[in-house]
Write a protein that binds this ligand. Structure first.
Ligand SMILES: *Cc1c(COP(=O)(O)O)cnc(C)c1O
Ligand SMILES: [Zn+2]
Length: 449
């Protein structure tokens, strides 16, 4: 099918409904000039609707995991819904997206669920879903630079994964990158990624929220472009997660989507993906959303308990789920709008709960990072409470690759996390290289199981 006859269009629009000011996508702007609220990328859906739902589905299916650039990327295979105006030559892609939807059917059976799937967003170039948004942002920057907009560098504050993604995509495009990290609060793997990619890495004696405040100041200088998720270009790429999930379920909407949240950009993105699909007639219902927070950094949970009547930022406490150790989430208003619309639930996970849930999932073949652990723990608690019902279909969004969190995995099995379920721990047995000694251990073990 040829879609070239249509002129797909998008622009920024202020999220404050009583303002609604619009800006072109090539303007260096992250929040509204008149009212200060965040912006969204708004697509001209009248043009998108000229293509039928059936045609969009078959088009997306044809492009999925294509060997050809740019459809080799799950994000750019949905270009008309993401960033229609980009020229292919300015797309900076590392083959992000089109990740596996892991069918944890044995676990679903044990839990009495109709289906349990894990969307493996962490199986990506830099090991987290942040690649999905960063390919869009860096591509747009490359387009703007080609069009003569004077941008010298891209910058972000990060709890680890954003900086890894930004540094890599910027390096691929040949654009300098600047990274603000909270000192001693990210994993070794996360820290060494931007270092390796040649970014300017600044470790600051503060937390993520402190880094975020600073990068906002720095990027008031318009030649340094802000790459945090308050820049809604990132949301556009992350939105494709919902389209992929639905496509991978045969265009069926699951009953629940579980998302671990920190700065709350991703829950907003997934919500907007489902909204657009519904608007264009690809689906006829919305899933419920379960937003999962680490108990030690759960300002949205406090607000949820009060029916979202108000929201107060907190100082986030230390958590193993370092990427969501955020007390003052930038996208909180967007997230609350989505949660209200999607009959949303917020649940928290303690350090023990997130550790146990990650380890439990690993015994079904997964290899969970602590953030996916938070999502899994929230799912288990919500199921136990009866809010997620037996027989329902649940998709858990895994946000990072477990391989980035070796310290977390080792710590669990070496018994360094207090209060965890001993039965989930595994150990390495040292053994003499002799058949007798080997058999003694094996037979003893098999008898116990
Ligand atoms: C960034 C991140 C999150 C949180 O996403 P938000 O959009 O900030 O809510 C969750 N998990 C991992 C692994 C992340 O890197
Ligand atoms: Zn405004």
């Amino acid at each position: 099918m040829s879609l070239t006859k249509y002129e797909f269009r998008a622009q920024f629009r202020c999220t404050n409904e009583s303002c609604g000011k619009t800006y072109p996508l090539h303007q260096v702007i992250y929040s509204c000039e008149s009212c200060g609220e965040l912006l969204n990328v708004e697509h001209d859906t009248e043009i998108l609707k000229k293509v039928s739902a059936a045609d969009w589905k078959s088009e997306f299916e044809t492009r999925f995991r294509s060997p050809q650039f740019p459809n080799s990327s799950g994000v750019w295979g949905k270009k008309e819904w993401v960033l229609p105006s980009i020229e292919d030559k300015n797309i900076v892609s590392s083959g992000e997206g089109a990740t596996h939807l892991y069918d944890a059917s044995r676990w679903a059976k044990d839990l009495g669920l109709g289906g349990l799937f894990v969307k493996q967003c962490g199986i990506s170039h830099t090991g987290s879903f942040k690649d999905l948004g960063m390919t869009v942002l860096v591509s747009q920057v490359k387009q703007m630079m080609a069009d003569g907009v004077p941008i010298k560098a891209v910058a972000c504050a990060s709890t680890g994964d954003t900086s890894a993604a930004l540094a890599s995509y910027a390096a691929k495009a040949g654009i300098p990158s600047i990274i603000f990290l909270p000192a001693n609060k990210v994993s070794t793997a996360q820290l060494i990624q931007p270092v390796s990619n040649g970014a300017m890495v600044l470790a600051l004696e503060t937390d993520f929220d402190g880094c975020m405040a600073l990068v906002k100041e720095v990027t008031k200088e318009k030649s340094i472009y802000l790459a945090n998720s308050m820049n809604s270009l990132r949301i556009e790429g992350q939105k494709t997660i919902s389209v992929e999930i639905t496509q991978q379920l045969g265009w069926k909407v699951p009953d629940w989507v579980v998302i671990p949240g920190g700065n709350l950009g991703n829950v907003s993105a997934l919500g907007m993906g489902f909204e657009l699909m519904k608007d264009l007639g690809l689906i006829d219902k919305l899933p419920r959303i379960l937003l999962a927070q680490a108990k030690n950094a759960s300002p949205l949970y406090e607000s949820y308990k009060k029916g979202f009547a108000d929201f107060s930022p907190v100082t986030a406490q230390k958590t193993l789920a370092t990427a969501i150790q955020i007390g003052d989430p930038v996208s909180v208003k967007k997230a609350i709008r989505i949660l209200k619309k999607f009959d949303g639930v917020v649940e928290v996970a303690t350090e023990e709960e997130l550790s146990n849930a990650a380890a439990r999932g690993d015994l079904y073949g997964l290899y969970n990072d602590p953030h996916t652990g938070v999502a899994l723990a929230a799912m288990l608690k919500t199921l136990e409470r009866g809010e997620i019902k037996k027989g329902e279909t649940v998709v858990v969004v895994s946000t990072a690759n477990g391989l980035k969190f070796t310290e977390f995995k080792l710590g669990f099995h070496e018994g360094k996390v207090q209060g965890v379920d001993e039965r989930l721990k595994n150990s390495i047995r040292s053994c003499k290289p002799e058949l007798g000694a080997v058999m003694e251990i094996l037979l003893g073990q098999l008898q116990n199981s």
